[in-house]
Design a binder for this molecule. Structure first.
Ligand code: ZN
Length: 352
């Protein structure tokens, strides 16, 4: 066997602790420029038409099972026609043998359209429309979270073909489940442990650290802040958070919610402006579980996980991430935050 030792450049090459996920992230930014000869993924084109007769999310159009969308304006929420969890999931299951376990896939899966306009995006939604979306997220969390069988409400948006969404109609999803999703479960435990040990809120300590450092803050106002954390796993992993600690979006008062929406939009617009494409991402709300326990140290926020690390170049999850369960980051969070800070907060398609 021939062993050939590496000769990497120095710089941002270290391991950083991810306090919310309780895991190490390997930062290896010196690998960012390594050669790539694979497939190049472009962003999705912005749609041209306001109403697409073939879109199952546009007003008045047919969905499956002879369901028809109403002639809606603004936000429109309906139960997912192809749910992964449902209150109607089979309740009587064949028991597996040996050590294996199963249980009913019960829950509620919903779709939330952000606008009746097929060519709208969350980034370009006018302020009243953004507030309507924020209010809808609040009411869905409150309504679904109050059901005794539902322990958690996962609110998210998959945006772009790279993350598997071919329909450009602006929409997100809601999975209210009989279990707490793993990321939130770990984060809730981390927050509770931190509160017990230090008497302080974990996410507040993260915000303080980012404000002290300043290099990774992207935008802020009186009530909200956006930053790429020190321990980011994805190149453009932006967190958007209220400054005050609320365990869920439902508890954020309206004046703070409006300010939060402004910072959220600022991030979405900067994403699109970065490479002048409809920037693909997975956006996830981190709300406290709804299993009846108290979550004092839990700080509601949104996390973005954009799959691209360069124009057209996807961050592939492979051996370390899928196999090992820890992330290898090829980029420097300080540099990526500066890129987003330095682009305009006016959308390139709306600029004069
Ligand atoms: Zn549509």
């Amino acid at each position: 066997m021939i062993y050939s030792g590496g000769d990497p450049e120095h710089g941002n090459w270290e391991q950083r602790w991810h306090p919310l996920r309780q895991e190490w992230v390997i930062m290896a930014a010196h690998r960012q420029n390594r050669p790539w000869s694979g497939v190049v993924h472009e962003g999705t084109e912005h749609s041209e038409v306001e109403h697409d007769p073939d879109c199952y999310l546009c007003p008045r159009n047919d969905r499956v099972h002879s369901r028809v969308n109403s002639d809606y304006r603004g936000v429109y929420v309906f139960d997912n026609d192809h749910p992964c969890v449902s209150m109607h999931a089979p309740g009587t299951l064949e028991k597996p043998t040996g050590i294996y376990q199963n249980r009913p896939a019960s829950g509620v899966a919903r779709v939330i359209c952000f606008s009746e306009k097929h060519n709208m995006t969350l980034a370009r939604l006018p302020s009243p429309g953004m507030l309507d979306v924020l209010h809808a997220w609040q009411s869905e969390y409150t309504e679904l979270g109050s059901k005794p069988d539902l322990d958690h409400v996962l609110i998210f948006e998959n945006n772009g073909e790279v993350v598997g969404v071919s329909n450009p109609h602006p929409h997100g999803q809601i999975y209210a489940t009989n279990f707490v999703f793993n990321t939130i479960d770990i984060e809730a435990r981390a927050a509770a442990d931190h509160l017990k040990k230090t008497g302080s809120i974990l996410f507040q300590d993260i915000i303080s650290a980012e404000l002290n450092d300043e290099t990774r803050v992207i935008d802020e106002n009186d009530h909200a802040i956006a930053f790429i954390p020190y321990f980011a796993r994805y190149a453009y992993e932006v967190y958007v958070a209220p400054r005050k600690t609320y365990s869920s979006i439902a508890d954020v008062p309206d004046d703070e919610l409006i300010a939060f929406g402004q910072i959220l939009r600022s991030v979405l617009v900067r994403f699109d402006n970065l490479w002048k494409i409809k920037f693909p991402y997975v956006m996830v709300h981190h709300n406290a579980p709804t299993d009846g326990r108290t979550y004092d140290g839990f700080h509601y926020h949104i996390q973005f996980h954009p799959p691209l690390r360069k124009p057209g170049l996807i961050k592939h999850l492979a051996g370390p991430e899928i196999g090992g369960g820890n992330f290898l980051s090829d980029t420097n969070p300080d540099e990526k935050a500066a890129e987003l800070r330095n682009v305009s907060s006016t959308h390139y398609l709306d600029a004069d």
